[in-house]
Design a binder for this molecule. Structure first.
Ligand SMILES: [Zn+2]
Length: 78
């Protein structure tokens, strides 16, 4: 485990009948993935257009603006 040559797997398991819980789980996973992707993003010139960075930062901003929507209530947890 942890070898650089090993392909990394990104899994977003969502198994629920509650659509809001499914959205919260998916949004949390997306937040973590975007955050991770930005961290490992190759640096380049600041004036270089980068649609990915724009997209990632905007998504993180939006997701971060609605913490209540990203919260999976404990009583619903299996
Ligand atoms: Zn970039």
């Amino acid at each position: 485990m942890g070898l650089e040559s090993e392909p990394k797997e990104h899994r977003v398991p969502v198994r629920t009948g509650d659509i809001h819980k499914a959205i919260a789980t998916t949004a949390n996973a997306l937040y973590d993935l975007l955050d991770e992707a930005l961290m490992s993003h190759e640096p380049h010139d600041a004036d270089e257009d980068c649609q990915f960075e724009e997209f990632a930062r905007e998504m993180l901003r939006v997701l971060g603006s609605y913490p209540d929507q990203l919260t999976v209530s404990e009583e619903d947890a299996e």
